[in-house]
Ligand binder design. Sequence first.
Ligand SMILES: Cc1cc2nc3c(=O)[nH]c(=O)nc-3n(C[C@H](O)[C@H](O)[C@H](O)COP(=O)(O)OP(=O)(O)OC[C@H]3O[C@@H](n4cnc5c(N)ncnc54)[C@H](O)[C@@H]3O)c2cc1C
Length: 482
Amino acid sequence: MCPHYPTVTPRCSQVTWELDVSEPNETFDIVILGGGSGGYAAALRAAELGLSVALVEKGKLGGTCLHNGCIPTKALLHAAEVADQTRESEQFGVKAELVGIDMAAVNSYKDGVVARLYKGLQGLLGGAKNITIVAGAGRLVAPNTVEVDGKRYTGRNIILASGSYAKSLPGLEVDGERIITSDHALVMDRVPASVIVLGGGVIGVEFASVWKSFGVDVTIIEALPRLVAAEDEESSKALERAFRKRKINFKVGKPFEKVEKTGSGVRVTIAGGETVEAELLLVAVGRGPNTAGLGYEEQGVRMDRGYVLTDERQRTSVPNVYAVGDIVPGLQLAHRGFQQGIFVAEEIAGENPAVIDEAGIPRVTYSDPELASVGLTEAKAKEQYGADKVKTYNYNLGGNGKSQILKTTGFVKLVRVEDGPVVGVHMVGARVGELIGEAQLIYNWEAYPAEVAQLVHAHPTQNEALGEAHLALAGKPLHAHA
Ligand SMILES: Cc1cc2nc3c(=O)[nH]c(=O)nc-3n(C[C@H](O)[C@H](O)[C@H](O)COP(=O)(O)OP(=O)(O)OC[C@H]3O[C@@H](n4cnc5c(N)ncnc54)[C@H](O)[C@@H]3O)c2cc1C
């Protein structure tokens, strides 16, 4: 159906090109710029609340997480786990032999998962009666208007959700062949012989983990003094121990200096003049906000180094313009984007939602072993409350039956302030990402160790490790020392 006002959209071809396209021609309660985790979650919740939404997306609905991030990487990590289990099957009495990695088949499994989820999302968004999906690149041309291919969409409210891109470093030119980002790594049709991973953050260690399981010689180079430096120091150390055991090479505290192409690959020079050579260099030095040239600053949105600044209610400096997801400084995680999107939709609908506590957002690194955490690290807690006020307890997974069955090692570490609630949970070990659900409830509900200790945990599960750690911290350890 054609709108009542002048338009030049192809489906309304009876309208001539002489019309003044600078006139706002469609008005919505909300216009959302970007259909990734933050943008589409806002659209779905707003539509549910009866608000009309225009969702502008230049690529594929679902954004980075679905197409180039969370989902495809976790599919690769699962294939990597299957490879390792095959290799190590004899320790469980199962005779199997790993004869190789068929990247075409791995990719077809990975792409199948993405395609099914994409289809579901398209159906969900396309079927929502209050959501108009606008395909094309949008630009903020007035504080309340987004322009897409010459057509203007006006919103009583605007949500900026344009996401992020893989950053590089000065002098480091990504060519997509020998020097690649995660976007290229996710569509590779072969298993390289050797890779240097520049950056030991979450994305870097996840790819290092996958490639090692696929038989690649991997070296991580990290400028900071430890891998996954944003995590609790003990978690970093445990990951480094495990990676050493897996023969994943890493050099920490070694800033990158330069890269040169050699006959067959790349040579990277790091601080001190040391060089490392490999077939490929994966640049995993973080993600930058996708905001350049989108008109945000011109319309008065306050920015800092390309990021959009918001208050705790996701409001930018321009009235009725909100921002969510990776363009807002903080954790660049899909579930943070989802939650911020839902929050803004409810805020606009007048539901007065509770402010999101950034520390309460769960963080999982899906390498082998996994790392999972919520709340404050021990160091942050000491900084915030004073070193003498902070207590910690480490429960070793060696005492947990299910972990023994899985033959995994690691720990559950609790951080508590004096006799108060638990303010941080940090876990390392196979599958601990699945334990984060309980951990985040403990943190976000400000549970006391004694309250968690009285809850019954099923046996044998890894969740019991959380229960046991709380029993110990409450002064009544069962299979551990207080
Ligand atoms: C390799 C990798 C692995 C990851 N793994 C995880 C994980 O396991 N768990 C997790 O929580 N997070 C993970 N992330 C992070 C997660 O993907 C992001 O935090 C999340 O996608 C951010 O959501 P967003 O909505 O802010 O942005 P995006 O998902 O990037 O979406 C932004 C959308 O805006 C669109 N857009 C941009 N500019 C315009 C424009 N001008 N007009 C129209 N549309 C536009 C883009 O096409 C895109 O679809 C991973 C990221 C990467 C790269």
